[in-house]
Design a protein around this ligand. Structure first.
Ligand SMILES: Nc1ncnc2c1ncn2[C@@H]1O[C@H](COP(=O)(O)OP(=O)(O)OP(=O)(O)O)[C@@H](O)[C@H]1O
Ligand SMILES: [Mg+2]
Length: 373
């Protein structure tokens, strides 16, 4: 009853990418959630290696500046982890209470992860009973300790209070599927594909349930390096040439219009290889269903991340994959109001802010679920 006396506290999601830093501030409202502010800036070069923040203070200084410039007052913050070293697997355990599993999880996790358990942070969530009697399904998450610690250290050094560390795949599912204003994603199987700078993540979500995540080490940096190696220029110059390449001609029209474009000829084999890898992930997922049972096959690919901003990539990918492909409408198909965000920021960065949005909403959504329970 007295809740009106307390100001609602906002939370900021900090998406620490190897190429770009993204911050999104969100708050609960009477009817749902609202995004208050967002910003995108460059990650200091070489500051992040294999997902580990090597230069915590340099990255924190940029985050602090972004928060100030965007007028973000939130103290509580959530960051994410991703990459080939983050293991997200559904495994089976004999049925046991959560507290018992917690005691043995580190030992059990050792069977599923190749890294040393001492150097890993291990978490889990019990999903429910498995088909096999006496067994239960559990989501197991393991990540290198220095990856998690260095990201939490960035939040602290930026003057924030770390509330949680989330897997980027889960943040994507939250912002694109769970909080979608349309229920189309709840009736089909979608592949959420985040194309960043250092890697591409493929996350398959079937009728709202997270099914599979896979990491592919081909993304924006691979394309830039291909141009760099071809022309012997600097990374920055190659990056510029890459951006100009697709702003001049959408990807799906290169074949017809600019076949001999040297940069395109260097980048195309990598894009095609990436698409083949996405196809392999989809085929792997499909292989678990009996022949002829296509009801749960992936019927849509939804793209996010900076490299999804290459003009025409959706049509190019759709043609090669044979699956309907679209760029995510993070601020349009959502139950979360983004009305106060500047139109220019939304137009320029929409698919890039999907993970940051999901991170910002993690605790706010959990609060509502807890109150409803
Ligand atoms: N219009 C565009 N055309 C082509 N590439 C683009 C465009 N805009 C951004 N990119 C690329 O997107 C990448 C950055 O995307 P994003 O911010 O999603 O990556 P990140 O989160 O920093 O990386 P990662 O998650 O892999 O560590 C860069 O490689 C950049 O060149
Ligand atoms: Mg990223």
């Amino acid at each position: 009853m007295l809740s009106f006396l307390f100001a609602r506290e906002s939370v900021v999601g900090i998406d620490i990418g190897s190429s770009m830093l993204k911050v999104v501030e969100a708050v609960s409202t009477n009817t749902g959630w609202e995004l208050l502010a967002a910003a995108v800036d460059q990650t200091p070069p070489e500051a992040i290696k294999d997902g580990v923040v090597k230069d915590v203070h340099e990255v924190a200084a940029v985050v602090r500046r972004m928060l100030r410039d965007a007028g973000i007052k939130a103290v509580g913050a959530v960051c994410g982890i991703s990459g080939s070293q983050v293991i997200v697997r559904q495994v089976q355990f004999p049925k046991m209470p959560e507290a018992v599993l917690r005691k043995s999880i580190r030992y059990e996790a050792g069977k599923f992860i190749s890294a040393s358990v001492e150097d890993s942070i291990v978490e889990f969530e019990i999903v429910g009973d498995a088909e096999e009697p006496g067994q239960m399904n559990v989501w197991l998450v393991a990540a290198p300790r220095d990856m998690v610690d260095s990201r939490v250290a960035v939040l602290e050094a930026a003057g924030l209070e770390p509330l949680a560390v989330d897997v980027e795949a889960f943040a994507l599912i939250r912002s694109l599927v769970e909080l979608s204003s349309t229920d189309r994603f709840l009736n089909e199987t979608v592949a959420l594909v985040d194309m960043g700078a250092s890697h591409t993540d493929v996350n398959i979500v079937s009728r709202g349930e997270f099914a599979l995540t896979r990491n592919i080490p081909i993304a924006g940096d691979s394309f830039t390096n291909a141009i760099k190696n071809l022309t012997a220029c600097s990374f920055e110059e190659a990056e510029q040439a890459k951006l100009e390449m697709t702003s001049d001609c959408p990807l799906d029209q290169f074949e017809a219009a600019e076949r001999d474009n040297r940069n395109w000829r260097a980048v195309q084999p990598l894009i095609d290889e990436l698409i083949r890898e996405i196809k392999r992930s989809v085929n792997f997922y499909h292989s678990q269903f009996p022949e002829g049972d296509t009801g749960s096959f992936v019927s849509r690919v939804v793209l996010t991340g900076g490299s999804s901003q290459m003009a025409g990539i959706d049509r190019y990918m759709a043609a090669k994959l044979g699956i309907q492909t679209e760029t995510a409408q993070v601020f349009r198909d959502t139950a979360v109001s983004a009305d106060t965000l500047p139109a220019e920021l939304k137009a320029k960065h929409e698919p890039v802010l999907a993970i940051g949005t999901g991170l910002a909403l993690k605790e706010l959504v959990a609060d509502v679920k807890q109150k409803a329970a």
